[in-house]
Design a protein around this ligand. Sequence first.
Ligand code: FES
Ligand code: FES
Length: 219
Amino acid sequence: MNQPILPGSAPSGDNDQADGVDPQSVSRRDFMVAAGTVAGAVAVGVPAMSVAATDPDMARAPRVQRVGLTVNGVRRDLSIDARQSLLDVLRENLQLTGTKKGCNQGACGACTVLVNGRRIVSCLALAALYDGADVQTIEGLASGDTLHPLQAAFIDHEGFQCGFCTSGQIMSGVACIIEGHARSPREVQYWMSGNICRCGAYRGITAAIAEVGAKGAAS
Ligand code: FES
Ligand code: FES
């Protein structure tokens, strides 16, 4: 019966009889399988022996984590699955569905929110790592019934068609202006290149951001 492979017992070179390895008990194939398991465990920070003993059902079970976020000025203390993205916490735990899930892999910008004043794609942000952060979403942009200047500019310039990308475009646009990257349409195009609009409403999007950027009215 095979013995468990422990760190430090790896064979060297092509010699299966290297120190600490009994060739009768550990084949080269067994070693490669075990080494792969250990490497994967180390990569995700899990002790190797616990991976070997992991029950598949336990692996799927949520690991509850406490996290505190200030979202649109309101403190929220949450119990989340430690594997949740910030996007999923916003949409599923807080029902703030204005932030959209497009690609869910950092490629489209639909999920853009501001965290501590900087724009990020929330689908790639592990919520557990943002304990104590200040998060602003599209729902927190207007002041009561008064739209943020960039929201109003998107309407004036018809910077949308279906609207799916719009919250991400506006949040990214707000950051773009704050960063000082909205001084011309060309500059806006460059610094907004991470936000995709499948409807191709780029002309209006660019005009809206450049107009508000020229006025310096992002916040
Ligand atoms: Fe996050 Fe596309 S949903 S970048
Ligand atoms: Fe439809 Fe941008 S308005 S994807």
